[in-house]
Design a protein around this ligand. Structure first.
Ligand code: UDP
Length: 324
């Protein structure tokens, strides 16, 4: 138990992590500026006596006492992080410096939410942590990929130069309750589209692959990463169950219980053709592996979106969306 700061704590993974930390008995401070999240989504957290919300931006220096810090603040969905790319890079890089400076002052343990995006268009699959990636410095994804790569460098430099207790998780595609309906990522788009009776938007031919991890598994990995001995390298966290986007669409249609209808859209520039984590390190160091099957996870996620979009789906006004 302790006092834990979660930057980006109102975001999708952040809010799920805050829930878990409260369950574990921690005092939780959530720092968020609601750029890509909605305050109404965390109303249940705000009612908790051990939860504090600080509205603020990680690009500014932080003065919040904590034993542990999870740095999750950054837009993470491609359409969101590309909509203001300079903001995205600033959030990754200045945010990393600000949490690291705070940890340096206070002695806190600090966990960085890095990403599978640092592997870019991988030439090796599944991707182990030792793979250095294949990333462009100037494409539309560079603001996120290079921002996160720079943050990793800062984390290991602060460890080396100042002895800060750092841990770096490379997070692969994650889905589950508390995603935003308008987030723009594959699972939320396909579920929301099918609940609305719209065709699923498949980008390209749908043969590109992703490996989907349910959020409670991912959060468990983050929780362990902060509590175990510090690994000397970044650690992949994700589900190695690799599928094509077309297979993801088919599975979601069957969980929603409707026939698959699709609309083809152009493949975005630099969209990676394959992505799958090698999770041996997480298994060895954290004794961690994903436990939730895709069907189980999708049932929970579809149920979340049905509730969140209830007003709209029942023919009334889109209540959840109106609050955004
Ligand atoms: N995708 C898609 N339709 C959508 C959203 C995404 O076909 O409505 C594809 C996208 O092109 C990518 C994959 O699904 O290949 C995962 O996209 P997402 O935005 O979830 O995250 P990424 O892994 O690309 O960061």
């Amino acid at each position: 138990m302790g006092r834990v700061l979660v930057t980006g704590g109102a975001g999708f993974i952040g809010a799920n992590l805050c829930e878990r930390l409260l369950t574990e008995g921690d005092d939780v401070v959530c720092l968020d500026n609601f750029t890509t999240s909605t305050r109404s989504k965390i109303a249940h957290l705000e009612r908790h006596p051990r939860f504090d919300l600080v509205i603020g931006d990680v690009r500014n220096p932080i003065r919040i006492d904590a034993d542990r810090i999870y740095n999750l603040a950054c837009p993470a969905s491609p359409p969101k992080y590309q909509s203001d790319p300079i903001y995205t890079t600033e959030t990754s890089v200045l945010g990393a410096i600000n949490v690291l400076e705070m940890a340096r002052r206070t002695g806190a343990t600090v966990v960085q939410a890095s990403t599978s995006e640092i592997y870019g268009e991988p030439t090796l699959t599944p991707q182990p942590e030792s793979y250095r990636g294949n990333v462009t410095t100037w494409g539309p994804r560079a603001c996120y990929d290079e921002g996160k790569r720079c943050a990793e460098a800062l984390f290991f430099d602060y460890r080396q130069k100042y002895g800060v207790d750092v841990r770096v998780a490379r997070i692969f595609n994650t889905y589950g309750p508390m995603m935003e309906p308008n987030d723009g990522r594959v699972v939320s788009n396909f579920i929301v589209q099918s609940l609305r009776g719209e065709p699923m938007t498949i980008y390209g031919d749908g043969s590109q692959t992703r490996s989907l991890c349910f959020v409670s598994d991912l959060v468990d990995g983050l929780y362990r990463l902060a509590r175990r001995a510090a690994p000397s390298t970044p650690v992949n966290l994700g589900n190695p169950n690799e599928m094509t986007v077309l297979e993801i669409a088919t599975t979601i249609a069957s969980v929603v219980g409707l026939p698959l209808t699709i609309s083809r859209q152009p493949l975005p520039t630099d969209d990676p053709t394959q992505r799958c984590p090698n999770t041996s390190l997480a298994s060895d160091l954290l004794d961690w592996s994903p436990q939730v099957s895709l069907t189980e996870g999708l049932v929970a996620t579809v149920s979340y979106f049905r509730t969140r979009l209830a007003g709209e789906l029942n023919g009334g006004s889109p209540l959840a969306e109106a609050a955004e």
